[in-house]
Ligand binder design. Sequence first.
Ligand SMILES: Nc1ncnc2c1ncn2[C@@H]1O[C@H](COP(=O)(O)OP(=O)(O)OP(=O)(O)O)[C@@H](O)[C@H]1O
Ligand SMILES: Cc1ncc(CO)c(N)n1
Length: 268
Amino acid sequence: MEKVACALTIAGTDPSGGAGIHADLKTFQELKSYGMSVITSVVAQNTTGVQALHHVPLEMIEQQLYSVISDMPVHAFKTGMIANIDMMKVIAKKIPSIAAPYVMDPVMVATSGDPLIEEQARDFLRKELLPLTALVTPNIPEAEFLIGRKVETTDDMKKAARSIVHDLGAGAALVKGGHLDGEAVDFLYDGTTIYSFSAKRINTKNTHGTGCTYSAAITAYLSQRLSLYEAVDKAKHFVTKAIKGAFPIGAGNGPTNHWAIREKGVFQ
Ligand SMILES: Nc1ncnc2c1ncn2[C@@H]1O[C@H](COP(=O)(O)OP(=O)(O)OP(=O)(O)O)[C@@H](O)[C@H]1O
Ligand SMILES: Cc1ncc(CO)c(N)n1
């Protein structure tokens, strides 16, 4: 019998539906992987920023992980917002028992600039979680934090990707250029080769949740057994379409359009 591809996200919520768990599950669904989720923090946020955070108790995070892993197949998984070291420890302990590719979106701040993880937890993420990954997907500020140097040019991005793999122990690194000017170009380093993925920059402020959507798309494709290169290539097309079709809703940075690859949706 054919088995459905199963993808898991471990992340925080976004009641406005554009980022976090919500973006991940919409993306899994759109790309036809069966989506599952473990919630780390409940975040009161919208397109304008983060209003409040409530962290799920550690035992409950552990229990959610157990509920999924003990019963369901996981063919690939990702992490997004993990707010503090204690949560990271709980998750790190369970990762070896999930025998599947791990994609880390090293979320530190929301698109609005509001912090989503505690300052001290960043080092733990770099030292303890990063070496467990099949792929990490930092944007420019996250890459700068990880390697401790400025990333200002495409050459710096490629060097950062290499250093994240060779010096920090990630399985592979995808350094995203959304925060630079010009083409929206990302560089993947898999330990041997640098690949670039490029798209025309779209003139929009509606980029809430682009990073979540991209890493979720990569995770969905990995759960379907695509190679890392193919998964990133197809995910880049998906996120570009989702940004192109992004919705001008909310007063801040509107959300990406997760169904942009098939139809426009229903408009009022
Ligand atoms: N205006 C844009 N036009 C086209 N592609 C873009 C644009 N902004 C970002 N991208 C692309 O979107 C993907 C996500 O990258 P980005 O650097 O925005 O992630 P991020 O900062 O982690 O996202 P988030 O805003 O969710 O934190 C990358 O492939 C990037 O190149
Ligand atoms: C829960 C959550 N994760 C990640 C981001 C980054 O976009 C966000 N805004 N919210």
